[in-house]
Design a protein around this ligand. Structure first.
Ligand code: SPD
Length: 409
């Protein structure tokens, strides 16, 4: 994420009531903005820089004036049949997982209004879909969840006469274990799930899950874990030397005891404000996805990211169309759009994850600093310690139970 994207993101958090004005000013200062620049920025957004005012999400103008990315300079491609386009599309996505201006760009180019709902875990997505949520067109499940949805017969085969931009995707990201012919899924973003910490507050170098699960006293109530059962139990399993997909009662009992012992040091289990907690200093260490690290590091350069020596998850999130989608053709067009190099470049620079879009990378549409960061694109020797989460079938119930026990203890 570029500095201007980080600024736009902070302003959006403030405008949507997720951050106080005081917090906003302190974050903008940490990004190196002078007080006069902050005053100008806030007045352009309809506010003043007085830090003791309460936050207001109303009466503000768009933040785009401050960090507006270039508009997408293309029209509707000739392979799209305009007569088949719906007026609207319903997108069910992870929170903070698209540069919001891109939804407006899609509407401007195709005349289709996209409504987005968000979730924070694959289990959340599955529960909502299996609980009867209807109306969604495009969803963004991770690897093992694509396997589950295929097994449940909930995905629509993709139409590659429309999703021509699949040719922009790196062959290394195609034909994944969970959908070997990409019949149902197109890679969206990928990354790892390690941990980040503030090197200003923690001077010694951390490199192991031991630092997370048997934390030093300074980390009491300063640790954040993802609110994600496969990630958290998986990390404990890896720490114990098991596979991330281990399901034996013995291993799970040991993982539970690791998590129970760690719990007093945990400030929160969350997958939607771990970056903010780390940047604000309320947390000093957090279980993170790569994009959280980029977002945090861009706001506070002393935050670093670790792929622990015992290993961690590697994952790939995907664009899929539901069998029950009311606007299937338009859903295919939306997936095609998201993989145009200039769209993916804008998106990647904003959300900060590793991009599978080779064309965007080769056309230098993605920030060099991110492309050259081995924490984002790990080198070959690190890959050896990364593991994919797999569908564990019935044993998922054991994970559900263990997770509930840990969270409610
Ligand atoms: N805020 C969006 C986060 C998306 C992360 N998806 C990764 C899932 C790995 N199990």
């Amino acid at each position: 994420m570029t500095r201007s994207a980080a600024i736009a993101r902070l302003l959006r958090q403030w405008q949507t009531g997720r951050m106080t004005r005081r917090e906003l000013i302190s974050r903008l200062t940490a990004l190196g903005l002078s007080m006069s620049a902050i005053t100008a920025l806030l007045s352009a957004c309809g506010g003043s820089s007085s830090s003791n005012q309460s936050n207001s999400a109303s009466g503000t103008q768009s933040t785009e004036a401050t960090a507006k990315p270039s508009p997408i300079a293309r029209g509707i491609p000739d392979y799209v049949d305009k007569t088949k386009l719906a007026k609207e599309l319903n997108f069910f996505n992870w929170s903070d997982y698209i540069e919001p201006g891109l939804l407006d760009e899609f509407e401007r180019i195709f005349g289709v209004k996209v409504t987005q709902d968000t979730y924070d875990s694959n289990e959340d997505l599955l529960a909502k879909l299996q609980g009867g949520a209807t109306g969604y067109d495009v969803i963004v499940p991770s690897d093992y969840t694509v396997s589950i949805l295929i097994k449940l017969n909930m995905l629509e085969p993709l139409d590659y006469s429309v999703i021509k931009s699949i040719s922009n995707i790196d062959p290394n990201n195609l034909k994944p274990y969970y959908d070997p012919e990409n019949k149902y899924s197109v890679p969206y973003m990928w990354g790892t799930s390690g941990f980040g910490y503030n090197t200003e507050a923690i001077k010694q170098e951390l490199s192991s899950w031991k630092d997370v699960f048997e934390p030093q006293p300074a980390l009491q109530k300063k640790i954040v874990m993802l609110n994600d059962e496969r990630e958290v139990i998986g990390a404990a399993l890896m720490y114990l030397g098991y596979s991330i997909n281990e399901t034996s009662d013995e291993a799970l009992a040991k993982a539970k005891s690791v998590l129970m012992q760690q719990k007093p040091a945990v400030l929160a289990y969350t997958s939607n404000n771990q970056t903010d907690l780390l940047v604000s200093g309320e947390a000093l260490l957090s279980h993170l996805w790569t994009g959280n690290y980029i977002q945090a590091h861009n706001q506070k350069s002393t935050i670093t990211y670790v792929i622990p020596k015992e290993g961690c998850t590697v994952w790939q999130d995907n664009l899929c169309v539901l069998k029950s989608a009311p606007h299937k053709y338009t859903a295919m067009v939306f997936i095609d759009f998201l993989n145009w190099p200039e769209v993916n470049g804008r998106n990647t620079n904003y959300i900060g994850y590793a991009s599978p879009n080779k064309a965007a990378r080769e056309q230098k549409l993605i920030d060099e600093s991110m492309l050259n960061d081995p924490k984002v694109y790990p080198p070959q020797d690190v890959w050896q310690r990364l593991q994919w989460i797999k569908d564990i079938g019935e044993a998922t119930q054991k994970f559900d139970r263990l997770w509930t026990e840990v969270k409610t203890a």
